[in-house]
Design a protein around this ligand. Structure first.
Ligand code: NAD
Length: 511
């Protein structure tokens, strides 16, 4: 049964119904915003932004702290909406969709003023004697935010906090699979007294997202698949607007011979099965060195058998959020089986549950000829392969079109850090599953097909701004550089000066 279903249009607007993947019951009907609706939203946002940009960082932060209070006081509204539209365990709804947004909102409210304050930058050489330079972080204007369904509140609130603290307004197109979460965030901003059009939500599908890119925004902050990311990049390229693209991954985990195997096995299970494997930095490929392979697999198998999957009460692994993803998971597993993979646990839809449930799965004998090891599976699959040593593990880990994150597991911290630095990925974690997105100080962004640009951290925050250099004369010492009329005498003087500056030791020292 389709989670998202087209319905008959009304008022000239396309409509769709959404079902819970856990119960398959309808959870709501929504109208797609038209291109005209989206343009109108962007125009209203532009008016709101002009006033917002005039506020000081402290004044903007005061709004964010009020938003934070809404998250803290009304946690259950977030949890209920997210569980209704994703069927994820309550613990994951709390950690991903409440804790992470609270932490990010608090961090950017507190630190954005320092990170984005106007800075003087020392000039070098002779220019230093004449000029000063300041860098002013100007807001871009209206940011179009396009988000996926796997972390619907976190992937809204985290960029929203950054875009707003940087002085922008935001028009947000959430995933059609998870329309309720954005409405919760919208309600919270209203209750926090935000200017009405500063954060607006336009519901809809890909067509609505495409309309947002064409609606005159100044930047697109996109999170989603590689295929859509390419379309977004092309559309932004045509408009010459900036974009950040946070795309899919195929993260590798490397288990060294000296790793703490209990910790590594627990990390493999959580890294692969958390959020039903719908985690961009989920562990999708595990390379285990020969001496510890059998012991590691035994621990993972025991751990996987103990995982509880349900649609109610206390459980560990929830539903697959979207039937389309279930199709991908089943296709990758069928391909792996056909090519000789061995399924040790799970490997099928859960026959005891009505909704979209795929059993936590452990699979070995996997190779790079299989889709399971090359394409993003985004499901609760622990795929393990044996390698001779760390060198082979690094080579295979880097043998991927993706490069989002990765993990290295070893008792030797120095070795872990050295191996981490050899992974061609946006980030790496040593002895833990990937937690980089949850560290607001860390810039986050993929290499290769996994993305363009970075979000979060000082670098991500500044990407919501234009860094404007402003130079001026040092008091009393300035004069126009060059200047008419050009004379032979000045040309000779300039050539002599160049010979002195970079042709003599004293000159090089001075410059
Ligand atoms: P998707 O690309 O199908 O959709 C993402 C968003 O783009 C949705 O809101 C969708 O409606 C919209 N969209 C679709 N077509 C569009 C178009 N032509 N123009 C503009 N917008 C359009 O991705 P998804 O299935 O929702 O999300 C899962 C993917 O997101 C996975 O690949 C996952 O790895 C990735 N992801 C990446 C990160 C990261 O930070 N790197 C985080 C979470 C998810």
């Amino acid at each position: 049964m389709a989670i998202v279903e087209s319905l008959e249009a009304t008022n000239g607007r396309r409509r769709y119904g959404v079902r819970s993947p856990a119960t398959l019951e309808p959870i709501g009907e929504f109208e797609c915003a038209t291109a005209a609706d989206v343009c109108a939203a962007v125009e209203r946002a532009r008016v709101a932004q002009a006033a917002w940009a005039r506020l000081s960082f402290d004044e903007r932060a005061a709004y964010l702290y009020r938003l934070l209070a809404q998250f803290v006081e009304r946690q259950d509204e977030v949890i209920d909406a997210v569980i209704a539209e994703t069927g994820k365990p309550r613990a994951e709804a709390i950690s991903m969709e409440v804790y992470a947004p609270c932490d990010a909102i608090a961090y950017y409210a507190k630190h954005a003023g320092r990170i984005l304050r106007t800075r003087r930058r020392r000039l070098h050489g002779v220019m230093r004697l004449m000029k000063t330079l300041r860098i002013v972080y100007q807001p871009l204007g209206v940011v179009g935010l396009i988000t996926p369904w796997n972390g619907p509140v976190a992937l809204t609130a985290v960029p929203l906090a950054q875009a707003l603290m940087a002085g922008n307004a935001v028009v947000h197109k959430p995933s059609e699979v998870t329309p309720l979460s954005a409405l919760v965030v919208k309600r919270f901003t209203e209750a926090a007294g935000f200017p009405p059009d500063l954060y607006q939500v336009v519901q809809g599908d890909g067509e609505t997202g495409a309309a947002l890119i064409d609606a005159g925004v100044d930047k697109i902050a996109f999170t989603g698949s590689v295929a859509t990311g390419r379309k977004v990049a092309e559309a932004c390229g045509r408009r010459l607007i900036r974009c950040t693209l946070e795309l899919g991954g195929k993260d590798a985990m490397i288990v060294c011979p000296d790793a703490d195997l209990d910790r590594a096995a627990a990390g493999a299970l959580l890294g692969s099965c958390m959020n039903t494997g719908h985690y961009c930095c989920g562990t999708e490929r595990i390379y285990v060195t020969e001496p510890v392979y059998d012991a590691f697999v035994a621990k993972v198998v025991a751990g996987a058998r103990a995982l509880r999957q349900s649609d109610r009460g206390e459980f560990d692994v929830g539903a697959v959020f979207w039937d389309r993803q279930l199709d991908v998971i089943e296709a990758h597993m069928a391909d792996a089986r056909a090519k000789g993979a061995e399924v040790l646990v799970g490997g099928r839809r859960n026959p005891d549950l009505k909704g979209l449930y795929y059993e936590p799965t452990v699979v070995t004998n996997v190779g790079h000829d299989m889709d399971l090891m090359r394409k993003e599976t985004f499901g609760p699959i622990v795929a393990i392969t044996k390698v001779r040593d760390e060198e082979e593990a690094i080579r295979l880990a880097n043998d991927s079109e993706y490069g989002l994150n990765g993990t290295v597991w070893t008792a030797d911290r120095a070795r872990g850090l050295a191996l981490a630095a050899r992974l061609q990925t946006g980030g790496v974690c040593v002895n833990d599953m990937t937690i980089t997105y949850g560290l607001p100080e860390a810039p986050f962004g993929g290499r290769k097909l996994s993305g363009l640009g970075q979000v979060n951290g000082p670098e991500g925050l500044r990407s919501y701004c234009h860094a404007q250099p402003i130079s001026a004369d040092r008091r009393g010492r300035g004069k126009i550089q060059g200047g008419y009329p050009y004379t032979r005498k000045e040309e000779d003087g300039m050539q002599k000066f160049i010979r002195f500056l970079w042709g003599t030791r004293l000159g090089r020292w001075l410059s």
